[in-house]
Design a binder for this molecule. Structure first.
Ligand code: ADP
Length: 496
């Protein structure tokens, strides 16, 4: 969660944005803490963990499959050895001379495919009649006569199987599993080595890959750290394919563009406001001085000074009002909507405009009432800014026409002047805050706030401002507002 914690201005905002720990910012109800966890290490850890799990699972599966194959083969060999001895015994027909059967016959080994077999023939009375040379001592009793089963004989794991021979004798075969066990032990060691190697590889490789992938993020953090309110010009160098990180960098650069623009317009505004405030302050100071020195007995000086002081105070009042209105607009000003007649409002403005510019031709064709739902105070302010501009930026003998009416179901108020007009390139910018199209032309006339405030106010009323302008001929500003629904008459109560 990203939090802009205070209204400490642009510097604070830039600090928040440029803070390198924007990956993991935890806000708790009591304390607000910025926690940093290295994303490189976390990703590396996850790489390694997943690789180890995959290696371990496939190693265990391969081990079990191999063990199964080897042990089933050994069991099959044991059973085959029992039946081979039974066949050899019956072929030789040596019922009572089982000691002559060659239990180390290579045929037996070849037939079963096993290199080491322990074979023992036991008489019906339990006496060992014959045993292979591989068997150093007798197999344990009781004699087992059945299919191959896992057992432990003479300290070794074996498959043990047995069968009957003619004459009541029995044959038992034990197949030691040492070779398989050795193989499986070696195999498990290889797997363990693989897991350890894989872990090492994942840790080093994963860290390398993650670092490489996160380099743009790192650069972004460094740039953000270097940015200060005194140097908002730095930008990220964007390279490589247009992936998520590229888009992030692009967004960051765009945000910096906006911040820089905002910052410069604020600086412009402060410069313009202090410059414009300095003039009336100087006037007030010099006339106060004049009054205190000569004014006491000179009615002409008193009159001149009072007029100048009033003008200076008016100018200062305008500046302060603009600033105040700006803060109200920023704070989301509450509108108190009431039905307002646009024609009446325009008529009032016509009178004021004629008063302040008696030499100008200011007209308004007769208009019937056009009702809108509006906050009269704010709407008057917005519309007056347009009338004021039409007078301010006009020739002294120029013409201004106010119009009110309906257009496509909407209420409109327009102001047309015969001023210098506005260049096409700057037309979209005149509604920006603190923007003054031509400082030389507009010097002392305003702070570039009028149209911005008018736009915010009109939009808050659900309307919009349109502007058409021709260089050298004049401009026309039109405000379009939703028409107020005429009040429905109260339904009459049915008479009894
Ligand atoms: P300001 O307080 O400086 O008048 P505005 O926001 O009202 O600021 O206007 C912004 C700029 O747009 C002005 O500086 C002016 O150059 C231009 N402008 C506004 N209205 C007109 C107009 N009727 N004719 C020519 N230029 C205008």
């Amino acid at each position: 969660m990203y939090v802009i914690m205070s209204t400490g201005g642009l510097k604070c905002l830039v600090n928040k944005i440029s803070h390198p720990q924007w990956f993991a910012v935890t806000v708790r109800p009591r304390e607000r803490k910025l926690r940093v966890r290295s994303i490189t290490w976390r990703l590396t850890f996850w790489y390694a963990a997943i690789l180890v799990i995959i290696l371990a699972v496939s190693g265990v599966a391969a081990f079990l499959a191999m063990r199964y194959t080897l042990y089933t083969g050994a069991a099959r060999e044991t059973a085959a050895a029992v039946s081979t001895v039974q066949k050899m015994a019956s072929r030789q027909g040596e019922r009572d001379n089982y000691d002559r059967v060659d239990l180390d016959d290579p045929d037996l080994i070849y037939a079963t495919g096993s290199s080491v077999l322990w074979v023992q023939i036991t008489s019906a009375g339990g006496r060992v009649l014959n045993r292979s040379r591989t068997l150093t001592s007798a197999l344990p009793t009781p004699v087992y006569l059945g299919p191959p089963k896992l057992s432990r004989i003479m300290g070794q794991d074996v498959y043990l199987a047995g069968g009957r021979l003619p004459g009541g004798a029995t044959v038992q075969v034990a197949r030691p599993l040492k070779r398989e066990e050795d193989f499986l032990r070696d195999l498990s060691q290889v797997f363990l080595l693989l897991v350890a190697g894989g872990l090492l590889l994942a840790l080093t490789g994963g860290r390398f890959v993650t670092r490489a992938a996160l380099t743009p993020v790192h650069n972004l953090t460094l740039t953000a750290q270097k940015i200060s309110t005194t140097d908002l010009r730095r930008r990220l160098t964007l390279r490589g394919p247009r992936d998520e990180l590229y888009v992030l960098g692009e967004t960051f650069n765009n945000m910096l563009d906006r911040l820089e623009r905002g910052f410069h317009s604020q600086q412009d505004f402060i410069a313009a406001a202090s410059h414009d405030l300095r003039t009336p302050v100087t006037v007030i100071k010099s006339y106060a001085d004049l009054l205190s020195r000569w004014g006491k007995n000179e009615p002409a000086v008193i009159e001149e000074s009072t007029e100048a002081l009033t003008r200076a105070a008016n100018l200062m009042e305008r500046i302060v009002n603009d600033l105040l209105m700006l803060t109200q607009v920023d704070a989301g000003f509450p509108l108190q909507l009431t039905p307002v007649d646009l024609a009446e409002l325009a008529g009032e403005m016509l009178r004021v405009a004629r008063d302040i510019a008696p030499d100008m031709t200011i007209e308004m064709p007769p208009a019937s009432p056009v009702m809108v739902k509006a906050d009269e105070h704010y709407l008057y302010r917005a519309l007056w800014d347009l009338v004021d501009n039409a007078v301010k930026y006009n020739r002294p003998e120029g013409k201004v026409v106010l119009e009110v009416g309906l257009r496509q179901g909407q209420a409109f108020f327009s102001v047309t002047d015969t001023g210098p007009g506005i260049e096409d390139e700057i037309l979209p910018r005149i509604f920006e805050r603190f923007y003054r199209a031509d400082r030389a032309r507009g010097q002392g006339k305003g702070f570039g706030l009028g149209l911005a405030l008018a736009k915010s106010i009109v939009e808050a009323h659900g309307g919009k401002i349109e502007v058409e302008s021709r260089l050298g001929q004049g401009s026309r500003f039109t405000v379009l507002l939703p028409r107020a629904e005429p009040d429905r008459p109260e339904p009459r109560k049915p008479s009894r």
